[in-house]
Design a protein around this ligand. Sequence first.
Ligand SMILES: *[C@@H]1O[C@H](CO)[C@@H](O)[C@H](O)[C@H]1NC(C)=O
Ligand SMILES: *[C@@H]1O[C@H](CO)[C@@H](O)[C@H](O)[C@H]1NC(C)=O
Ligand SMILES: *[C@@H]1O[C@H](CO)[C@@H](O)[C@H](O)[C@H]1NC(C)=O
Length: 305
Amino acid sequence: MHLVVGVRAIVLFASSASAALIGRQSGTTIATLPNDAWIESIFARSNGQLLLSRLDTPELWTLDPSAKQTSKLAGFPNALGLTGITEISPDVFAVVSGNMTVKGSISYTPGTWGVWKVDLTSSDPKTTFVKQIPEAGFLIGVTPFNNDTVLVADAGKGSLYQLSISTGAYSVVLSDATMKAASNAPIAEGIHGIKYSNGTVYFTNTFGNGFYKVAIDPTTGKSTSSVTPVLASVTNPEDFVLGADGSAFMATLSAGVIKVTPDGKSSRVVSTSSPSSCAFGRGAGDKGTLYISTSSGTVSSIDAR
Ligand SMILES: *[C@@H]1O[C@H](CO)[C@@H](O)[C@H](O)[C@H]1NC(C)=O
Ligand SMILES: *[C@@H]1O[C@H](CO)[C@@H](O)[C@H](O)[C@H]1NC(C)=O
Ligand SMILES: *[C@@H]1O[C@H](CO)[C@@H](O)[C@H](O)[C@H]1NC(C)=O
């Protein structure tokens, strides 16, 4: 799949070389994880370090973007890989795990997905399993909803869960046709990247080719509007991050990283192949730097101000 995606990205880049890519054609590779790694998510800590979740093995890695040094931070039992990462309180994170095979033909096992709490407030990382969600097909994106609850995307079933980190209680808050993959998709992977911001959930649908938003009640998490598209059509979007002006910086399987403004205008930021996820720097000197992880184990950076 790496190869196919890579080739598609190159073809697309060549055929649109005259498009508006001015000065932003390439990012700089700052790190490559060993052993054919697949990085699924990248998340910036308040101290400037970057967290990387691996899907090919259940490991959380850390990258110092100024020293360009990586190391393994924690391993997770009873799972083959990790997907989403988010921060639930200062230096305390929620990390999604489950069973997926990414070497050879790609597949996942429904019913194996769950959420961990990863406490990095002391020098010794502390991992605690919060809850398995046996009804879920394929959990990926995760975003904080309030100081105890995260929202988790079920790409397999096309629904959105809320989960309490302190009690492990969970429920489906929304299930919608816009969250499901197309029936002819290579794998059932619908709702993928999610971000909650001020009463609105934004989400991508990878094999449903969409980027949507929905208003939800800040107390119950139930939707208070219908789901509406932010961008009418986008091919195979993966994870994204929201910039300061509310624009989404989004990894897409075939067109690199794109920027989508709140009113739905899109432009290409960089033509990175097989991008999986994006994060803005949170260190002293890199707040305008966009870091991009890839399913081929690299992290690159680009000035995205
Ligand atoms: C994931 O797969 C591994 C290896 O097959 C297995 O040992 C483990 O129990 C599975 N995890 C879950 C949650 O079923
Ligand atoms: C979390 O939010 C609840 C309700 O908004 C509030 O009562 C509580 O003090 C908050 N806890 C922390 C640790 O911020
Ligand atoms: C949050 O949303 C409300 C209602 O849509 C809006 O009035 C307010 O300005 C928003 N706040 C921020 C910080 O965006």
